[in-house]
Write a protein that binds this ligand. Sequence first.
Ligand SMILES: [Zn+2]
Length: 319
Amino acid sequence: MNLIRRKSEKYLFYEALERRLVNTSTIKNTLQEALRKEGGGYAGELRVDREIEESDFFTSYILMKGLIVGNSTSYAQIDTFIIHEKFLLIIEVKNLPGIIKMDNQLHQITRQRDNGPVEGMRNPEDQLLRSERFVRKFLSFHNIPMPVHGLIVFSNPSSVLEKPFSKKSAIHVSGLHQTLESLHLMYADHLYPKFEPRKIQLLFTQHEFELNPYKPSHILSKVNTEILQGVLCPQCINKLLIYRNKFWRCSQCNYKNAEEHRQALKEYRSLLSHKVSTKEWMKFSGIRSVSTASRMLQKSNLFIDGTFKNRTYVIPRDL
Ligand SMILES: [Zn+2]
């Protein structure tokens, strides 16, 4: 269940890359910029979560975060999905500092920061309408005549929305409570049919699937020789740990932990592959004993793939 706000695959990728890229890499600056952007987006989503969770209506909601609707070839990922007994609300969160203008006729959105140049951006409305289409299709397939609403929330406290804004509901995060209030007023009439939020949630959850890790080949091909292998010390920079007597140990700061390979496996998933064999793990981690490496993988809550002879392990997202 996605009740916890998880980081996007993209964010996980950049975080893993930052941790493992050698300091001399030429893409350090690009990487910092990407991390700032992804980090900002994530912080914005958390801000919207907080706003909803602190509202009076929260107890009547089931909140799904990062819900995936559709199939593996065509899907929409919804930042925040509110299930109420009378309606569904799709929230698309945008973290854009600066002055934002939405032009309906030209169907575009522009943003200007600190008197800098005016930048054109992808209209978040397209994404929202796409999500709405996926949800409506899903509901009609399952014969659930529930009303669906959509909302774009600009989550950055310093973003300024310039009037006139879109026809479609697009608001600043500070107005979220009020928007929810008017939605509830609209459904106050007892004539609206009621559904069971738990059942609706279960149905969406049952049809979700796991996305593959984000693997941008234009970046990976550039940096594949600059990625550090091994299990890294969380306290020292670029320092490899050595596995001895059931513990990962740092010779520099004396850090010691039996489970540090889990973090390395997560990063392996983000940067190299979501599948790993014992042989590949030995090469990556520096462990020389087949039985030690194999036992470690077996005990790490991975999914087994393939037969005994060419067995690989699938590293899940939430390791
Ligand atoms: Zn250390």
